[in-house]
Design a protein around this ligand. Structure first.
Ligand SMILES: *Cc1c(COP(=O)(O)O)cnc(C)c1O
Length: 487
């Protein structure tokens, strides 16, 4: 079949001399480019840019955008990623010229608005997490984790306990946790989960020695299960002289319900781009805000925003600070969106969001667990994990096949093959923004896929058939990605 015009590359649509816009002829004397710019900065030959009309460009990019799945189009049950609907009012406030047209180098007197926003947001996030102050500088969750680990480093350095180099990470942890601890210079020690999918206190006890720097935990963990023994874990780690790090990338089950600070954590990072509703498809932009308790406040990155009377300012005078961790003050547009979200939701709204996120997850889990194997069968928080292990044994259908099947039905796939402690895992997080109708539709599709797995697995193996790209060679795509068109 011939390629439809709309499916052609923009370069293939190029025609010599075609233009989108023609400026009027110059009616003033013109200068040669070399008179204006030093010749060494000028290109030697023409760039190979496509020559197209405005219609060509608009049709090309609009069609591309239609091929792209997004949370504004449909359900996105991507566990651990909290792909909730992002209210458009967030974009309106973030786009106000008073925020969007700021320059990071302008004087603080002329940037009181954003400083107030940063100050107030920090206060609100402290309230949500039960911490005493924080930094909004980190650009992503993993960057927040790294910053959190630097609090560990500074704390032990100050106390003269340089032998504390060991950070415990459960086997269910998000992959960024061990990576961040390692990059920050710690030795990572994996601890086991017990039969209930929680940190094994028995295993933890084997690691409580003078080399312990602390532990990194996610609660609820990546199985969507609340760590029942958290108080004991906190007590044991603190008694052994260690610190507790809370990976709060995903706070969707606990906002307004329970607070990491009350559980005994010393430092928390939040992904404002997940829980606090800023769009984060395709890797950015993000904000991995980090909140700490009084014990760790002296080590905050510089500068931190403070208030004196009714004036806000950036405080660089933090004697024991870990230093800067971002060029300026973080992704301020993301901060404005998260702030808008918090203000529009209010305290009641945030609590209600947590309740609905948990209700939605349990609804899906209960409706589907007869068809999909649920290895940890208990009340979940904002997400839960199925396993396709039995489907694989009985019908040769893997988690990948289920995910690809969902694409054929026009639904985004869940997170698969994570967490690592569940074989053939499918991690599902519906979020609070989905209606019952949308959840029921997902259940219907998942049931159809389970039927196919039993009756016609080959049909599932071939899916998706109607997406712009069908099955890719996953190894090639990971090892040798072709990210850009070349002539
Ligand atoms: C998303 C996520 C992270 C990493 O956040 P990034 O912004 O992608 O760096 C860390 N931990 C958990 C539990 C997450 O869900």
């Amino acid at each position: 079949m011939s390629t439809l015009l709309k499916d052609k590359l923009i370069f293939e649509r190029s025609r010599e001399g075609r233009r989108g816009f023609r400026p009027p002829e110059m009616d003033v004397p013109t200068k040669k480019l070399t008179e204006l710019v030093d010749g060494k900065f000028l290109r030697q030959k023409r760039t190979n840019l496509p020559q197209v009309s405005e219609v060509d460009v608009i049709r090309h990019y609009t069609w591309l955008s239609q091929k792209n799945y997004c949370v504004d189009l449909g359900f996105y049950p991507l566990g651990s990623c909290t792909m909730k609907y992002n209210p458009k009012i967030n974009e309106v406030t973030a786009g106000l010229p008073g925020f969007a047209a700021l320059h990071p180098m302008q004087s603080q007197e002329t940037a009181q608005g954003i400083l107030e926003l940063m100050y107030d947001l920090t206060e609100k996030l402290c309230e949500v997490t039960g911490m005493s102050w924080g930094t909004l500088q980190p650009f992503a969750g993993a960057h927040g984790e790294f910053t959190g680990m630097k609090f560990f480093t500074s704390y032990f350095k100050k106390r003269g306990e340089k032998q504390r180099t060991k950070v415990l990470v459960p086997d269910s942890a998000h992959g960024t946790n061990p990576a961040s601890a390692h990059i920050a210079g710690f030795e990572v020690v994996e601890i086991k989960s017990n039969a209930k999918g929680m940190v094994s206190v028995e295993d933890l006890k084997h690691h409580l020695d003078e080399n312990l720097a602390g532990i990194m935990l996610t609660n609820p963990n990546t199985l969507g299960i609340f760590e029942e023994d958290i108080s004991e874990v906190a007590k044991l780690v603190h008694e052994a002289g260690g610190l507790l790090y809370y990976d709060g990338a995903n706070l969707n089950a606990v906002m307004g319900k329970s607070r990491p600070g009350d559980m005994g954590f010393d430092v928390v990072h939040l992904n404002l781009h997940k829980t606090f509703s800023t769009p984060h498809g395709g890797g950015g932009p993000g904000s991995g805000a980090v909140m700490v308790n009084k014990k760790l406040e002296p080590f905050l990155p510089t500068p931190t925003v403070r208030k004196e009377g009714d004036r806000y300012y950036l405080d660089h005078d933090i004697p024991d600070s870990m230093g800067r961790i971002s060029g300026f003050y973080g992704n301020t547009a993301v901060l404005a969106k998260a702030y808008t979200y918090i203000l529009t939701m209010g305290s009641d709204g945030l609590q209600r969001a947590s309740e609905l996120a948990v209700l939605n997850a349990n609804y899906l889990k209960e409706k589907l667990k007869g068809r999909y194997y649920l290895p940890y069968d208990q009340v979940c928080k904002h997400e839960f994990v199925f396993s396709a292990e039995k489907m694989k044994e009985e019908h040769g259908v893997t988690a990948t096949d289920v995910a690809k099947g969902l694409l054929e039905f026009g639904i985004h796939a869940p997170t698969i093959y994570f967490p690592l402690i569940v074989h053939e895992s499918m991690m599902i997080e519906p979020t609070e923004t989905e209606s019952k109708e949308s959840l029921d539709n997902f259940i219907e599709v998942m049931n159809q896929i389970a039927d196919l797995a039993e009756k016609d697995p080959d049909k599932l193996h071939a899916m998706p058939l109607s997406t712009p790209i069908r099955r890719v060679d996953q190894v090639q795509a990971a090892k040798n990605p072709v990210l850009r068109w070349q002539p």
